[in-house]
Unconditional design. Structure first.
Length: 302
C-alpha cells in the first residue's frame, strides 16, 4: 500500500479531479459512515494529476446545501496541516461529471490487513463523556505511541482551523495484526477536518469584510467537541483546551508549540491555489449529469 499523508504537489487551478470514470469499491460502493453522502472509489492505474496516487482508494464526500463549504474547508485544512508537517490524509477538490455533484476526494490511509478502530464514548446517544483526560488514558492503556503528544498536536490544529467536530468517531487507531495472538495499535492520521474555517457561511458572507470585534466574537463562540475533564457536560473552548493540555505536561506543551511555530513560509503557503469551478463550468457539469440521467431513464423505458 502506498504511503499516504505525506507531502503532495499542491492542487492547482484547473486541476479539479473528475471521478466519473473511477471504479467503485465492490464491497462498499456507498460508504455508510457519517451524515454526508460518500462513495469509496479507486483511482485509475494512470492518473491525470501528480497529487493523486495511481490505483489507490479514495473517499468521495459530497457536501450539499448549507454544508457545501465543507468541501473547501477540508481542502484548505489539508494544506494547512501539510505546511505544519502534520499527518492528515490528502484532500482534493473533485467533481463527478456524470451526475453533476461536487465534493472532496480524501485519500484512504489504511487497507487490508490493517484496520481502523474509531474512538468510543460511554453514551453513543450523547457522545458523552468525551474528554481529553479519558482519551489519553485509553490511548495509553492500549499501547498507542506518544498519545499525549498526538492529542496536543491534534487539539492545537483543531484550534487553528476552528474545528468543532472532533467527536468519538472522528479519531481512532490503526490496528495491525503482527501475529495471530498480537496486534499493534497506533493513532491514525488526523481525519475529518471539514467542520472548520467558517464552513457554515456561504460565499456572500465570507466576502464581506469583518471587523476585529466580529472575528473575536466568532472565535469566542466556538467550542471543541471534547472537554478537558470527563465530568464536563459540554465541550471546552479551543484555547482553554490547549492551555489545560499544555499545563498537564512538558511533552504536551512542547508538541503544541511545535505546531504553532509558524515561519513566514508557513504563513504564505496556507491558502491553497485550488479554486471552485466557475459558474458556467458548474452549469455545464450539472447539465451533463442531467443529460446522462435522462438517457439512462429513456434506456430503461425502452
Amino acid at each position: 500500500m502506498p504511503t499516504v499523508c505525506g507531502s503532495r504537489p499542491q492542487q492547482s487551478p484547473g486541476a479539479i479531479v473528475d471521478v466519473a470514470t473511477w471504479r467503485k469499491d465492490e464491497e462498499n460502493p456507498i460508504f455508510p459512515v457519517d451524515s454526508k453522502p460518500k462513495r469509496l472509489l479507486s483511482s485509475p492505474s494512470e492518473v491525470a494529476h501528480p497529487f493523486l496516487i495511481a490505483g489507490h482508494r479514495y473517499l468521495y464526500k459530497i457536501a450539499q446545501g448549507w454544508r457545501e463549504q465543507q468541501t473547501w474547508s477540508e481542502v484548505i485544512a489539508y494544506e494547512i496541516a501539510k505546511s505544519l508537517s502534520l499527518q492528515v490524509p490528502g484532500a482534493f477538490a473533485a467533481i463527478d461529471s456524470s451526475d453533476g455533484t461536487m465534493g472532496v476526494l480524501v485519500e484512504f490511509f489504511y487497507g487490508y490487513p490493517q484496520r481502523i478502530r474509531r474512538g468510543q464514548s460511554f453514551d453513543p446517544g450523547t457522545d458523552r463523556p468525551h474528554s481529553v483526560q479519558m482519551n489519553v488514558r485509553v490511548c495509553s492503556t492500549v499501547g498507542a505511541k506518544e498519545p499525549l503528544q498526538w492529542w496536543a498536536k491534534t487539539l492545537t490544529f483543531d484550534a487553528l482551523i476552528g474545528n468543532t467536530d472532533r467527536h468519538s468517531q472522528n479519531w481512532g487507531f490503526l490496528v495491525s495484526r503482527i501475529r495471530p495472538e498480537q496486534v499493534d495499535l497506533d493513532l491514525a492520521p488526523i481525519f475529518d477536518n471539514g467542520t472548520s474555517l467558517g464552513y457554515e457561511f456561504g460565499e456572500a458572507r465570507l466576502q464581506k469584510k469583518w471587523t476585529a470585534d466580529q472575528i473575536a466574537g466568532y472565535i469566542g463562540k466556538g467550542r471543541h467537541h471534547l472537554s478537558w475533564a470527563p465530568e464536563a457536560t459540554s465541550g471546552s473552548q479551543h484555547i482553554d483546551l490547549c492551555v489545560d493540555l499544555a499545563k498537564s505536561s512538558a511533552e504536551a506543551s512542547a508538541a503544541a508549540k511545535d505546531v504553532i511555530r509558524l515561519s513566514r513560509r508557513h504563513r504564505t503557503s496556507f491558502a491553497p491555489e485550488t479554486t471552485q469551478p466557475k459558474h458556467n463550468e458548474r452549469d455545464q457539469i450539472q447539465t451533463k449529469g442531467q443529460q446522462n440521467q435522462r438517457s439512462q431513464s429513456l434506456s430503461r423505458r425502452s
